[in-house]
Design a protein around this ligand. Structure first.
Ligand code: DOR
Ligand code: ZN
Ligand code: ZN
Length: 429
């Protein structure tokens, strides 16, 4: 039996047009102005936006080892509520995802308990300690989509070069958390206005951009696909722009919080504004917007980093870095960047669907006939407040509590199956 999605609005060359979408055998079999119902299961979405499912290349699902923060079940449920149909999960788990057994564990758990696709990322170095390479070839066989020591920077240039060499041979991207410990150590917020006012040690822009510059040279030497994680500093954007001009395979990602907030927006010593890299200056924020506009920054990711309330209560200096992001990303971007006039709806959606798929060679991210039916359906009209108590994520650590947003996902479809829907909305559709 097929599923017929009636009266959706899809983006067609930048225009929103009304279409019916027929899904048969997990595949989008037809998109047309009118499709006759021939006994399909019909879902009338009454003019809501239908997009290819979002793909988030930077998520912390915390399993194995940190199940108090998040699990594959709760993290993927949060993803579905955010309109995501695929998430790549970072290897800073316990044990670290540095060998086949852990990759397999994640894949098995995801198959049993996950509601969206889970794409494991393996670590570059054993235990993310930065001194010995992992068996990337074996982990690739087991299904990793890239390598990263996310959570920490690879401090040794030699290790990074060796890691890149191996990744290049295997055709794996190196997804880099850029942070020079000698510059960042002990900092909890951006080295700037907020740090000064509150007597906190700051993390300077160079802590990130020095690694970006170094790694670009190593990427040139090794030919690897080098991808910069959660870019935050103006100087890093400049380096990536230059690398692209040189024709290197260098790409980058940015998070909604860095696009929308600066250190001046931190209201008090609230650790829900603490993440790594930190919220930076207005000038940095402007450079990120510009970089996203001109293609220097390729994709938008959340860096969804759930922590327990207990951990986050330790205050700005001591609480762990990280905020949740999966369940608020699109409404934040839609309300503030699309309705705010800085980007078109198409630009934002591209950077959450087609672009990440293209960059990492994934078969999803397109709403077209013949594609696997990974879809998200979004209500662009209804305004709702961000309420962490409604999150499916175990993590409630968000700086966006109480923000009034539009653009909330109402239904998520993975491989032709409805994996989540917002009941009160779908009763009326
Ligand atoms: O804010 C962050 N949280 N940045 C990181 O690099 C790691 C992450 C985490 O694992 O909590
Ligand atoms: Zn990171
Ligand atoms: Zn991360």
């Amino acid at each position: 039996m097929g599923i017929l999605i009636k009266n959706g609005k899809i983006l067609d060359n930048g225009e929103l047009v009304q279409r019916d979408i027929l899904i048969i055998d997990n595949v989008i079999s037809k998109i047309a102005e009118q499709i006759e119902d021939q006994g399909y299961k019909e879902i009338d979405v009454k003019g809501k936006l239908v997009s290819a499912g979002f793909i988030d290349m930077h998520v912390h699902l915390r399993e194995p080892g940190f199940e108090a923060k998040e699990t594959i079940a709760t993290g993927t449920a949060a993803a579905a509520r955010g309109g995501y149909t695929a998430v790549a999960c970072m290897p800073n788990t316990k044990p670290v995802t540095d060998r086949v057994e852990v990759v397999k564990y994640i894949k098995d758990k995801a198959a049993k308990e996950g509601v969206v696709r889970v794409l494991p990322i393996g670590s570059i170095t054993l235990r993310e300690l930065g001194d010995e390479l992992t068996d990337m070839a074996a982990m690739k066989e087991a299904g990793i989509v890239g390598v990263s020591d996310d959570g920490v920077g690879v401090q040794s240039s030699r290790m990074m070069k060796e890691g890149m060499k191996r990744a290049a041979e295997l055709g794996l991207p190196v997804i880099a958390h850029c942070e020079d410990d000698t510059l960042a150590k002990g900092g909890s917020v951006h080295e700037g206005i907020f740090a000064e006012k509150n007597g906190l040690k700051g993390i300077p822009n160079e802590a990130e951009s020095i690694h970006v510059a170094r790694d670009i040279m190593l990427a040139e030497a090794t030919g690897v696909h080098y991808h910069v994680c959660h870019i935050s500093a103006e100087q890093s954007v400049r380096h990536v722009r230059y690398a692209k001009q040189l024709g290197l395979k260098v790409t980058s990602e940015v998070c909604p919080h860095h696009l929308l907030l600066t250190d001046e927006d931190i209201p008090s010593l609230d650790s829900n504004y603490k993440m790594n890299p930190p919220l930076r200056s207005k000038k940095d924020r402007e450079a990120l917007i510009q970089g996203l506009k001109d293609g220097t920054i390729d994709i938008i990711v959340t860096d969804h980093a759930p922590h327990t309330e207990e951990e986050k209560k330790k205050g700005m200096a001591l609480a762990p870095f990280g905020i949740v992001g999966l369940e608020t990303a699109f409404p934040l971007l839609y309300t503030h960047l699309v309705l705010g006039g800085e980007f078109t709806l198409e630009e934002i959606i591209e950077k959450m669907t087609r672009k990440p798929a293209e960059l990492f060679g994934l078969p999803w991210g397109r709403l077209e006939e013949g594609a696997e039916a990974d879809l998200t359906i979004i209500d662009l009209e209804t305004e709702r407040e961000v309420n962490p108590q409604e999150f499916a994520s175990k993590g409630k650590n968000t700086p966006f509590t109480g923000w009034k947003l539009k653009g909330w996902p109402v239904m998520t479809v993975v491989a032709g199956s409805v994996v989540w829907k917002r009941d009160e909305v779908l009763k009326t559709v």
